[in-house]
Ligand binder design. Structure first.
Ligand SMILES: O=C(O)c1cc(C(=O)O)c2c(n1)C(=O)C(=O)c1cc(C(=O)O)[nH]c1-2
Length: 251
């Protein structure tokens, strides 16, 4: 077997971008939401489950910073935490997501209780946080690169949801709007780190595998939601209609 050859920076960036064909924008659950075919319960389920991703992102970013000995990187990275947690000037993404929850008819308490977070979603998101804790900071930082594809998905929601779902309060869309610029800035930083770090064929191949791992996380979250909200196969559905699964962050 011949060893993989090192890609030029341009070829490597193109290989990372090519992974976009596996982004969760292509998941049937996402396509249904985009096409106006999702029920109120499916939208609510998505918002409540995605809240676990939203609240885990700053924990993941803090883990990356904890493993990073370079003040100049941490100084830039800390902005990601502030984007979600907010600061004296800005309410932050978690608050904006809570307002999205209210806009789709859920209470803040219901989102904060994590009562609707499905085990499959929780395990997928936890895998991301745990990877960030254990991997070297460069690999963990670059695993955020699915954000390469995020502005398109946020824009597609802004374009399609108001047309299809008149019952959603327009104030709920602020989160998606705010991420358009933030994700582009994150990607610029993430890509420059990836291009600098992946200076061998082996590192490049490993980073492509890490990006696939992250795509798998996003796809698996929607698979769990499909089972529960599209196929009526929530966990333990053969035993009970009650949501008996655990609802606390244990790891
Ligand atoms: O709505 C989405 O489809 C979507 C996807 C992703 C992503 O690709 O990981 C992120 C976000 N949104 C997002 O809002 C966000 O803040 C975010 C941070 C990260 C990350 O990996 O650090 N991904 C994403």
């Amino acid at each position: 077997m011949t060893e993989a050859t090192r890609l030029t920076p341009e070829e490597f960036e193109a290989a990372l971008r090519a992974k976009g064909k596996y982004y969760h924008i292509h998941h049937p659950y996402h396509i249904a939401m985009h096409n106006g075919e999702a029920t109120r319960e499916q939208i609510q389920g998505w918002v409540a489950n995605r809240f676990y991703y939203q609240t885990s992102i700053p924990i993941k970013d803090a883990a990356i910073m904890a493993n990073c000995p370079h003040p100049e990187v941490r100084r830039q990275w800390v902005q990601r935490i502030l984007d979600h947690d907010g600061d004296a000037q800005n309410e932050g993404g978690i608050e904006a997501w809570l307002r999205l929850g209210e806009a789709v008819g859920l209470t803040r308490e219901s989102l904060l209780s994590e009562e609707r977070v499905l085990p499959g979603v929780r395990f997928a998101v936890d895998a991301y946080v745990n990877f960030a804790r254990r991997a070297c900071w460069q690999e963990a930082a670059c695993s955020s690169l699915t954000e390469l594809f995020a502005p398109q998905i946020h824009q597609s929601r802004l374009d399609s949801w108001p047309q299809h779902y008149g019952w959603i309060e327009p104030s709920g869309y602020d989160y998606f709007r705010s991420r358009l610029g933030q994700a582009r800035r994150d990607v610029e930083h993430g890509l420059s780190l990836a291009l600098a770090w992946c200076d061998t064929a082996k590192k490049q191949q490993r980073m492509l595998e890490i990006l696939q791992f992250k795509l798998d996380i996003l796809w698996s979250m929607l698979d769990a939601m499909t089972l529960a909200y599209s196929l009526n196969r929530a966990p333990y559905h053969t035993v009970t209609d009650d949501a008996v699964w655990h609802t606390k962050r244990l790891v």
